[in-house]
Design a protein around this ligand. Sequence first.
Ligand code: PLP
Length: 397
Amino acid sequence: MVKQTLRSSPRRDEDDRVQTRFRCWAEIDLDALRSNLAWIRHRAGPRIKILTVVKADAYGHGLKQIAALLMQSGTDIFGVANLAEARTIRHVGRGWPILLLGVCLPEEMETVVRDQIMPTISSLNEAEQFAAIAKQLGQQVTVHVKVDSGMGRLGVSADKALALVEEVTRLRELKLQGLYTHYSSAEDDAEYSRFQRDRFSGVLRQLREARIEVPLIHANNSAALLHEPDTTFNLIRPGLLVYGIVPASAKRTLAIPARSVRPALALYCRVGFVKEIPRGTRLSYGQTFKAPRRMRVATLTAGYGDAYLRSGSNRAEVLIGGQRCRVLGNITMDQMLADVSRVPNARMGDRAVLIGAEGNESITASEVAAWCDTVPWEVLTNITYRVTRIYRGAQAA
Ligand SMILES: *Cc1c(COP(=O)(O)O)cnc(C)c1O
């Protein structure tokens, strides 16, 4: 029924044409991204700068297209994990400030200085190496110093931060633009976040006493931006929220207005085969599913080689014909199975929704993450090169 009403609209016809061309594809709504960024800007207020995090192919959305959109929509800085990502952004548009959030390996330092990408500094050793390279090239390098306030990944420890910053300001080839830290549990542990924030604030106090001014101070990822709105310093670093996903937590509830952000990405595949199976039939590798009754089963054209984590086996759900259908048996590399017993008109070629809305139902990346015992970040970055990305919205052309 739902299908027929939808079919009569021109938008649905357009979708149908797309359907016929791919086995597994993602549709990315650029208007959603743009309005998410606008909402974040509104929430943060006019004096706060935004560093949009676009690491891992812009969380699976496609770095080139997303970087272009964010340039048009007024991001202030880009955040990337590695040099390759930074260079991709350089190809999209010149001159944008890019902060390398990950470590810069020794052999990458020269390129980073030449391309004027901003590295993250965690030690005097790194600072001195950058200074030496910059001197050789007759250039300056703009850097951000990272403080490890309790994440334990990169950054100088809080008690040594002042000394490092003093050294960095002494090196003439280095220009200190930012000081930052990163929360480990902003979505679910208020107390630990407060502990981290106090440590970081302690460093800021020391800097003030030493009369060292750092232009950009930042700490907040998406979860911290929602949970700690009063301590945004003067730059925020949202990732997940830009893509329209609220970092959820069972432990910490969030007062965020409905429809503030919306997911930009939907993920689809096709029904490749439909069959009836008698009671007792075993399905897929390892025979982890045995039919408790007579069933209709659809074989779908996506597996873990495309996008879908195998840990969703026997638990995840997909939408077919607007109905929730449970995944049966182990998910395989290229195919997975779904129960279409309640979708009598499901047939070969139909679209299946892995993430997204259809009829009155919708499946979010966070829901998929829960089925797959992981986090929405991994669900998105697990979408592989095999999945065609299609862009919609005003900027898509
Ligand atoms: C990935 C990352 C972010 C963005 O985190 P979200 O939770 O996706 O908002 C911010 N800062 C750093 C240092 C990161 O590595």
